[in-house]
Design a protein around this ligand. Structure first.
Ligand code: GTB
Length: 212
């Protein structure tokens, strides 16, 4: 049975690859797994049929036979656990790679998501413009810490792993703000991720999907 994921019928980013189906596509491509994509409109996301597979009415989801998953991190962790290529075999190295999955999602992504909240959910508030520099500085502080750890290494802990896949995906969301390019090491780190053939296939697939 072919794996099926869900994605925006039309991503609001017009195919920039910033919606979270791209990171799942990337993991599937790294693992060499074929997959189908079921498009979901914003209204269909909140209907019972989709809520039955995603309690929060969002994308992406993942279906493989009887297994139905939501949350991009859980989906990627599942792919990485079941198929080779995204987690090291050595138990300690594997635990460290999993730590980077959590760090990307729980420590690095939240301050970055504040940009989206400030722009799209609070943009009409009188204090919104004043809040933006505070958010940007919080992101910069987090990135300085991460940059100190990454140093001039290629990946976060030895070879490329699911931790890098998610960290690169999270950092990519900073590109439109200009903050990503303030950090030469992250601009290069993200570019290394984007240069991977699996990422290129995933990006091209979501672009074709969003521009057809
Ligand atoms: N924690 C969940 C996960 O990791 O899977 C978050 C899922 C999520 O936020 N999904 C978003 C969604 O379905 C799409 S990815 N939103 C619809 C809704 O909540 O009603 C977030 C996203 C959306 C748009 C852009 N963009 O246009 O640049 C980027 C990212």
């Amino acid at each position: 049975m072919t794996i099926t994921i869900t994605a925006f019928e039309r991503s609001p980013d017009g195919g920039m690859g910033l919606a979270r189906d791209t990171r799942v596509r990337w993991a599937l491509e790294e693992a060499g797994l074929p997959y189908d994509v079921r498009p979901v409109s914003f209204s269909a996301m909140k209907q019972p049929a989709h809520l039955a597979i995603h309690p929060f009415g969002q994308i992406p989801t993942y279906e493989d036979g009887d297994l139905v998953l939501f949350e991009s991190g859980a989906i990627i962790f599942h792919i990485a656990s079941r198929y080779p290529g995204l987690l090291p075999d050595d138990a300690n190295a594997r635990a460290r790679a999993i730590t980077w999955i959590f760090a990307a999602l729980n420590t690095v992504e939240p301050p970055i998501l504040e940009i989206v909240t400030a722009k799209f959910m609070e943009g009409d508030k009188p204090w919104s413009k004043e809040r933006m520099p505070l958010i940007a500085d919080r992101i910069r502080s987090r990135l300085e810490q991460l940059s100190a750890r990454l140093g001039d290494a290629e990946w976060l802990d030895g070879g490329f792993s699911a931790g890098d896949l998610i960290m690169v995906s999270v950092l990519l969301r900073l590109r439109p703000s200009g903050i990503l390019n303030e950090f030469a090491s992250f601009a290069a780190y993200v570019a290394r991720g984007e240069a991977r053939p699996a990422y290129k296939r995933a990006f091209a697939a979501q672009l074709a999907f969003n521009t057809k």
